[in-house]
Design a protein. Structure first.
Length: 234
């Protein structure tokens, strides 16, 4: 498994000093090199120092993730954003998804805001051991066997809900999100789609080759929404 996946954690305490220009340039270079889950969806990732909203985290910098709103855009943002999260953790920086934060500044891209990620030098331990992860057992979220499912199990999710379901077999992984309580539907449907992209990113990072598509004959599971299938490795 990718070593960063095995030890990353969400950082909520930061040294508020801005990063130097060299490090910020590395961040910008990584933004340009991330790959989307769905290439046909326009999105942007901007760096800012100001955000607002409930449950915000004080950090020197934030990524503002924006996207056109079309089928798959939330999973796509989760997928590209988690590449940034893993990059930060592997570069000695902390980061944290902020589901309720909002940008203060107008969009450079003109695209709607989706979600925010805080980042900067951590003011708490950057990494953790596997024993410190608070995650459901694989048996609670999957059927079948595939070594890459452990990487998905360790992925972060909104309020640590881990509302994923995977069906593995013949080298493929069918990916689903669990339907939320109707009373919490709007918020959790949105977060659940982003979380799906995050988990699929971890599968991609642990794959020798990776492709993702929707299959017409994917298995049906009650109380789950089919999101797509990771193809068998070549």
């Amino acid at each position: 498994m990718n070593e960063i996946i095995r030890k990353r954690k969400s950082i909520r305490k930061y040294d508020l000093a801005p990063l130097d220009d060299s490090m910020l340039e590395s961040v910008r270079a990584k933004i340009e090199s991330v790959r989307p889950l769905w290439p046909g969806i326009r999105y942007s990732i901007e760096i800012t120092s100001k955000t607002k909203g409930m449950m915000n985290v004080k950090a020197p910098h934030y990524l503002i993730l924006r996207s056109e709103e079309k089928d798959g855009y939330l999973e796509n943002i989760g997928f590209v954003g988690q590449q940034m999260d893993l990059f930060f953790s592997g570069s000695g920086l902390g980061s944290c998804w902020l589901g309720m934060a909002k940008p203060e500044e107008a969009a450079e891209s003109g695209l709607p805001h989706v979600i925010v990620m805080a980042f900067g030098k951590p003011a708490e331990p950057l990494h953790r051991s596997l024993s410190e992860f608070k995650r459901k057992a694989l048996s609670e979220m999957s059927e079948g066997a595939d070594d890459r499912l452990e990487a998905a199990r360790l992925a972060p999710s909104g309020v640590n809900a881990q509302n994923w379901h995977f069906i593995a077999g013949s080298g493929k992984i069918h990916c689903y999100r669990k339907k939320p309580n109707p009373l919490l539907g709007f918020m959790y449907n949105r977060l659940g789609c982003i979380d799906m992209g995050i988990a699929v990113c971890h599968i991609a990072e642990d794959s020798d080759s990776f492709s993702f598509a929707k299959e017409d004959d994917a298995p049906v599971r009650s109380k789950c929404v089919y999101m797509g299938t990771v193809a068998a490795s070549e």
